[in-house]
Write a protein of this length. Sequence first.
Length: 267
Amino acid sequence: MKTSEWLKKYDITLKKKFGQNFLNSNNIPLKIAEKSGLTKNDYVIEIGPGAGTLTEELLKSAEAVHSFEIDYTLIPLLKDRFKDYNNFILYNIDFLEYNLSEFNEKHPVYIANIPYNISSPILEKIFTETPDFKYAVLMVQKEFGERVAAISGKDYSPLSIFVQTYCNVKKLIDVPSSNFIPQPKIDSVVIKLEPHNLYGKTDKKFFDFVHRCFSQRRKTIKNNLKNFCGNSDEILDKLEISPMTRPENISVDNYIKMFDLYKKMNP
């Protein structure tokens, strides 16, 4: 059955407070499962299975699928739909409140159509609680995906830097809004995040530093730095960064170097 038929069968009304836009296409979940590179040895964590359209494809390929669904009205539907799958583990809980550290030794794979209104907190939780995750394949709002992948320009932001200090970002597929119910105003994109070890483990102080560097995007990096750093000229000079450069034109690598110098000069 299609998503709309499952929802009708259980008389379920979608809720705006949970940011629910469910896939109503069987083709897109198939593409996601195929392009994710999922294997029989993978432990998948799915955030917000909804009516289970994507879940069904994941269960065919993975060792286990741990699905977190906050909406209790969807639990009977999911239990019924996947009653014959012994690799389906369902959690009726808010994903953001669950301690994920128990999964870290399994090097989990995250695959999900994540709620757009909590995309950033979800990424932060994945990176901080399961730093040894294998990879993540996430369907996000197109605008959000473009910011995550940006390396300079208007879409480049603290979010871009936050994600890219942990991962390489790759776009897998575009998903038009017509594939969802209810149909959102904006299209989606599926991105793959693959962890790298370029910078080691960064900390929250680094991301606070980056946010301060972007506090006024239209101003130069010197103007933003000098608001909280008395060594701004020296830092920029050592890294050969023009003081007239705008925050959106400084690479992730240089932000890491700036922060390292900032810490040394301001212990």
